[in-house]
Structures are given as structure tokens and as C-alpha cells.
Design a protein around this ligand. Structure first.
Ligand code: HEC
Ligand code: HEC
Ligand code: HEC
Ligand code: HEC
Ligand code: HEC
Ligand code: HEC
Length: 449
């Protein structure tokens, strides 16, 4: 039964294949361009890539399929003239294809110094171009935009604690008030006494109660201080939403852009610095569409930069100033104002890697305060226990970390300190090691204004 059905079917299949195969070949032939794709890759990169991408619209249109488009218009030969001098071909009026490109600025495609063979090579490369595999896993990068931004509940915890303390204080004061009233009733007859004297009398009479309340208030104050200075974590995991969906996974991991390209002052100053819109525009003037949000998120960069992708120009106001505004990023890490922290001191002088304090930033999208637990899982970091950004965290690391005396720019200063401190010198000679703490990394004034 089966055999009976299969036989004629097989025959049909062969006939079908015979009919389709030439069609298939024909169509793929009309796309194929004779030329050396490898040589074309270099030519494309040098001459065309500043304005064109094979698959994406940039300043100029996506080039893959261009050969076919010109062939379809019956102008396969004019394509060579176009590349060599687009302006001349447009003004000659000979090409309908040239006219179709009116949505672009006709003056933009400058004459190209390439010969016919080189043009063939370029298009051989362009037509054979496939997007390099960038899916997660292939490049070892995390998948962007998977983690929903969750605002930390830390602030709420803090507000709650403050509310409880406030309530307590109010009750305490109410209690005192009531007592005061009772007392003033008692002494009602004695009109000569002022309130202050009344209060003194009352305080004296209720020594025990007063001392108790004082002790409790002081204890709460201390507990709060200790809590803030290192016991309870209010920061870790904080990852605020941002005005533009910027992703470190896409930039730092997939596209391997160096942290310092954007955070350019990290070795030179106290601040690492957040890049201005101009830095984004270095790339996003030509990269106008993204894989994830098409033109939507990158459009926000253009809007902020006062750039109009349609006309490929910056919009100017009457005074000739660019109509734009900065992108207002939400701060992620935020030490209190009374704390002094310096990036250059740690990154340049101390030689500490970003991951030690910020975690593996290239594995998440927006800025986030990494937790000690996740940092401790990374290779080559000093394992700490206190929550990131607390005073305990700074102190713990200063206690654990040896200063590399040989490489240290402050060698002379350290040397002087060693000489003037025999105790320190002895320690140093003992094990050849000096921690940040021993050099003064626990002195209040080093970190507090
Ligand atoms: C300075 C920017 C710039 C450079 C460099 C440039 N082009 Fe263009 N190209 C454009 C623009 C813009 C257009 C759209 C038409 C116009 O405005 O002239 C275009 C259009 C084209 C088209 C027509 C596309 C279509 O769909 O029909 C082709 C083909 C082309 N360019 C090929 C090249 C090649 C090949 C090179 C390199 C040898 C190159 N271009 C270099 C800006 C550029
Ligand atoms: C050195 C080049 C470079 C710089 C500088 C740069 N980007 Fe990008 N950006 C890229 C590349 C490459 C992509 C991936 C585009 C794609 O998906 O094809 C990208 C993608 C994006 C996306 C994703 C859009 C989407 O829909 O997938 C956003 C948003 C973005 N960038 C924002 C920014 C911001 C904000 C800045 C400035 C702080 C910036 N970029 C600076 C190269 C850069
Ligand atoms: C020793 C720990 C430590 C190291 C190492 C470190 N940072 Fe920081 N970083 C911090 C602290 C603490 C803050 C918060 C500073 C504040 O609020 O004043 C911060 C803040 C930032 C900020 C936000 C604002 C700013 O301009 O200061 C950026 C961006 C940043 N770091 C990037 C980096 C990069 C990139 C590296 C590596 C080249 C790095 N950091 C290395 C501890 C560190
Ligand atoms: C293409 C530009 C770009 C590159 C490359 C880049 N960043 Fe960022 N980074 C930003 C922008 C924009 C922000 C602000 C938005 C946010 O916090 O999500 C930011 C935020 C941060 C923050 C938090 C800042 C704050 O407010 O506290 C840290 C920390 C940080 N980056 C570290 C790094 C590290 C480490 C690297 C290298 C692995 C890196 N960045 C690479 C653009 C970049
Ligand atoms: C990962 C370890 C580490 C962490 C966390 C850390 N530091 Fe440091 N810090 C160092 C090292 C190492 C040096 C010494 C650099 C050098 O001079 O060689 C240093 C030096 C300093 C100095 C200069 C001390 C001196 O003697 O001149 C200050 C100030 C300082 N850190 C402040 C802070 C503050 C504030 C924090 C917390 C917000 C912090 N550090 C967190 C490792 C750390
Ligand atoms: C290595 C840096 C460093 C040193 C040294 C240091 N502190 Fe701090 N201190 C911090 C940081 C960072 C914070 C902020 C912690 C936070 O916000 O959770 C802080 C917070 C505090 C606070 C809490 C204030 C508040 O906002 O709640 C007090 C009080 C304080 N420090 C006192 C001291 C005293 C006293 C000394 C000396 C014995 C000292 N600190 C030494 C880094 C340091």
C-alpha cells in the first residue's frame, strides 16, 4: 500500500524539482554579483561604511539589494556612474532610480574614487553580508532588557523607620505634656513660679522617668547611626528607571566599548562622569535604529541632541544655537554629601577594577548598585561582607587591602610616613606589607569633610 503511493509521489517530486531548480538558480543569479567579496569588504569599510550599512539605513540607504533595485529599474549600468559621481547622474536626469532617492539629501553622496572592478567587489561583499550572530549565548553576553527595572524598597524601609521614631517621640512628648499639666495643676496656687521653674521641679521629682526617656532617645539615635553606617543595607540592588533605555549589555559587552570611553574622567578625577549626549551622537548619528526598540529609544537621543535624522542635520534656533537639552539620568550611586570619595585614587593609584565596587556592569542594562554577595561571586575580587556604599564597606576594604608600595604614585609620601612612624616601619619590614588602614585609611578626616 505504502509503496504504491510513494512511487508516483517520488516521480512528481523530481519533476517539481526540475522545474523549480532553474527558477531558483535564476533568481539567485540575478542577485549574485561577480566580484571579490573579500577585497570588497576592505573597500566598503574605507569608502562607504561612514554612510552606509549593508542591512541598516544610516545616512544613506541600506545597500544590500541595491544592485537588484538598479537592475529592476533597467539601469544596472548606471549604478557604476552613480557610485563614481551621484551628483552628476542626478543632474543629468538620465536615471529614474536616482530620482527615487529624493527622501535623502542628494548632495550627501560624495563622488567615490573607485573603478568598475572595485565597485563589483564592494557589491559582492554587500550582497553576501549577513548579520554576525549576536544572539545571547553566541557572544557570551547576557540578553538585554530581560530584567524589569525594580525600584528599591530601601527608601521605604528608611522612611518607615523614621516614621516609627517620630511616632515614638510624639508619644513621649505627649506624655511629658500631660505630666506637666498635672504638675502645673498641683502648683496652681503658687503664681510666682515660672514655667521653667515648674519644669525643673517636675523633672527633679521624676528623675527616673526622665533619665529613662533620655536613654531611650539616645539609644535610638545611636542605633540609627550604626544602622546607617553599615548594618542594614539601604542601597544594594537599587536600579532606578532611566529616561532612555540605555544598556551596558549592548554597549560594554556586545560592542565591547571600553568603560572609559563613556566614563572618561574616572582615572583623572573624583567623579567617573556620565557621558553627555554628544558622546552618544558619535555613534547614534549613524546608528539610527536599534534591534530592540527600532527608532524609539535612539530617537530620544536625537531629540535631546536637537538632531533631525530625516535631514541629517542639527536644528538651530534664531541665534544659531543647537536646539537640544541634556538627558537627565537618575543617580544610582549616591553617597551623603559629607563623604569624600575619589575614583582616581582608587582606580588609578590603587589599581582597583570597576567590578570590585560595581559588580560585572556589562551583564546588566542600566546602572545598578551591586550587592556584596554578587560581587563576591566574581573572580579576582577581594571578598567583603559589609553592604556596598556603607561606611563599614569602605573601612573593611581599607583593612583588607595592601597598598602596592612599588607601583604607588604616592611612594614618596608613604615613604615619609613610614620613616616618621617607627611602629609602621617595623610592621612593614616584618611582612613587606602595609594596608590602606595602616596608612591612615581609617582616619575620619580622610573620608569626611
Ligand atoms: C558621505 C556619505 C556617503 C558615502 C561615503 C557613500 N554614500 Fe552612497 N549614498 C549616500 C546617500 C545619502 C545616498 C542616498 C541618495 C543621495 O542622497 O545621494 C546614497 C545612495 C547610494 C546608493 C543607492 C542605493 C539604492 O538603494 O539605490 C548606492 C548604490 C550607494 N549609495 C553606494 C555607495 C557606495 C558603493 C559607496 C562607497 C564606495 C558609497 N555609496 C559611499 C551617502 C554616501
Ligand atoms: C561607540 C558607539 C556607541 C556609543 C558612543 C553609544 N552607542 Fe548606543 N548603541 C551602539 C550600538 C552598536 C548599538 C546596537 C545597535 C543595534 O541594535 O543594532 C547601540 C544601541 C543602543 C540602544 C538600543 C536601541 C534598541 O532599540 O535596541 C540605545 C537605547 C542606545 N544605544 C543608547 C545610547 C546612549 C544613551 C548613548 C550615550 C550615553 C549611546 N547609546 C552611546 C553604539 C554606541
Ligand atoms: C573602590 C570602589 C570603586 C571603584 C573601584 C570604582 N567605583 Fe565607581 N563609584 C564608587 C562609589 C562609592 C560611587 C559613588 C560616589 C558618590 O556618590 O559620590 C561611584 C560612582 C560611580 C559613578 C556615578 C557617578 C560618578 O561620576 O562618580 C560611575 C559612572 C562610576 N562610579 C563608574 C566607575 C567605573 C567606570 C569604574 C572603573 C573604571 C569605577 N566606577 C570604579 C566606587 C567605586
Ligand atoms: C556607551 C557608553 C557607556 C559605556 C561604554 C559604559 N557606560 Fe556606564 N553608564 C552609561 C550611562 C549613559 C549611564 C547612566 C544611565 C544608567 O545609570 O543606567 C551609566 C551608568 C553607570 C553606572 C551608574 C552610575 C550612577 O548613577 O551611579 C556605573 C557604576 C557604570 N555606568 C559603570 C560602567 C562600567 C564599569 C562600564 C564598563 C564595563 C561602563 N559603565 C560602560 C554609559 C556607559
Ligand atoms: C575595594 C577596596 C576599597 C573600597 C571598597 C574602598 N576603598 Fe578607599 N582605598 C582603597 C585603596 C586600595 C586605597 C589606597 C590607594 C593608594 O593610595 O594606593 C584607598 C584609599 C582611599 C583614600 C585615601 C586614603 C589616604 O590615606 O590617603 C580615601 C579617602 C578613600 N580610600 C575613601 C574611600 C571611601 C569613602 C570608600 C567607601 C565609599 C572607600 N574608600 C572604599 C580601597 C578601597
Ligand atoms: C574610609 C572612609 C571612611 C572613614 C575612614 C570614616 N567614615 Fe564615616 N562614613 C563613611 C561613609 C561612606 C558613610 C556613609 C554611609 C551611608 O550613607 O550609609 C559614613 C557615615 C558616617 C556617619 C553617619 C552619618 C549619616 O549620614 O548617617 C557618621 C556619624 C560617621 N560616618 C562618622 C565617622 C567617624 C567618627 C569616623 C572616624 C572614626 C569615620 N566616620 C570614618 C566613610 C568613612
Amino acid at each position: 500500500m505504502k509503496l504504491y503511493i510513494r512511487k508516483p509521489f517520488k516521480g512528481n517530486w523530481v519533476i517539481l524539482a526540475l522545474v523549480i531548480f532553474p527558477l531558483f538558480l535564476g533568481s539567485s543569479w540575478s542577485f549574485a554579483v561577480e566580484g571579490d567579496a573579500e577585497a570588497g569588504a576592505a573597500l566598503f569599510k574605507n569608502n562607504c561604511a561612514s554612510c552606509h550599512h549593508p542591512l541598516k539605513r544610516q545616512t544613506g540607504p541600506a545597500l544590500k539589494g541595491a544592485v537588484q533595485r538598479w537592475a529592476d529599474a533597467g539601469e544596472a549600468e548606471l549604478l557604476y556612474r552613480w557610485v563614481k559621481n551621484a551628483g552628476a547622474l542626478i543632474s543629468s536626469g538620465e536615471s529614474s532610480r536616482a530620482k527615487e532617492m529624493e527622501s535623502f539629501d542628494p548632495s550627501v553622496m560624495t563622488p567615490q574614487a573607485v573603478n568598475d572592478q572595485e565597485i563589483d567587489n564592494i557589491f559582492a561583499y554587500v550582497e553576501s553580508f549577513v548579520e554576525p550572530a549576536r544572539a545571547s549565548g553566541d557572544d557570551g553576553c547576557a540578553t538585554p532588557y530581560l530584567i524589569k527595572v525594580k525600584e528599591s524598597s530601601g527608601r521605604w524601609k528608611m522612611l518607615l523607620v523614621i516614621a516609627v521614631i517620630l511616632a515614638f517621640v510624639i508619644f513621649a512628648i505627649a506624655g511629658v505634656n500631660r505630666k506637666l499639666k498635672e504638675v502645673s495643676d498641683e502648683f496652681d496656687t503658687d503664681d510666682d513660679q515660672t514655667y521653667l521653674e515648674l519644669l525643673k521641679d517636675w523633672l527633679w521629682k521624676n528623675k527616673v522617668l526622665v533619665s529613662l526617656i533620655t536613654i531611650i532617645v539616645v539609644l535610638i539615635g545611636l542605633a540609627d547611626l550604626g544602622w546607617r553606617a553599615g548594618q542594614i543595607d539601604v542601597n544594594e540592588g537599587y536600579m532606578p528607571s532611566q529616561p532612555v533605555k540605555f544598556s551596558h549589555i549592548i554597549h560594554a559587552c556586545k560592542n565591547e566599548i571600553d568603560c572609559k570611553y563613556c566614563h572618561s574622567s574616572v582615572e583623572k578625577s573624583k567623579h567617573a562622569g556620565i557621558p553627555s549626549v554628544n558622546i552618544c551622537m558619535n555613534c547614534h548619528r549613524s546608528i539610527q535604529e536599534g534591534t530592540y526598540f527600532k527608532g524609539e529609544e535612539i530617537g530620544k537621543i536625537h531629540e535631546a541632541a536637537g538632531y533631525d535624522p530625516e535631514s541629517n542635520s542639527y536644528q538651530l534656533d534664531e541665534n544659531g544655537e543647537v536646539v537640544g537639552h541634556p538627558i537627565v539620568w537618575n543617580k544610582v550611586h549616591n553617597l551623603p554629601d559629607h563623604v569624600y570619595f575619589n575614583h582616581s585614587q582608587h582606580v588609578k593609584v590603587g589599581g582597583i577594577d570597576c567590578i570590585q565596587c560595581h559588580g560585572d556592569v556589562q551583564t546588566y542594562d542600566g546602572g545598578k548598585v551591586a550587592s556584596v554577595q554578587e560581587i563576591n561571586k566574581l573572580e579576582g575580587v577581594t571578598k567583603l561582607t559589609k553592604p556596598v556604599l556603607t561606611m563599614g564597606w569602605c573601612l573593611e576594604c581599607h583593612n583588607e587591602t595592601d597598598v602596592d608600595i612599588e607601583k604607588n604614585d604616592y611612594y614618596n609620601e608613604i615613604h615619609a610616613r613610614l620613616k616618621s612612624n617607627p611602629e609602621l616601619l617595623k610592621q612593614f619590614k616584618g611582612d613587606d606589607k602595609i594596608t590602606v588602614r595602616e596608612l591612615g585609611g581609617w582616619e575620619c578626616a580622610k573620608c569626611h569633610y
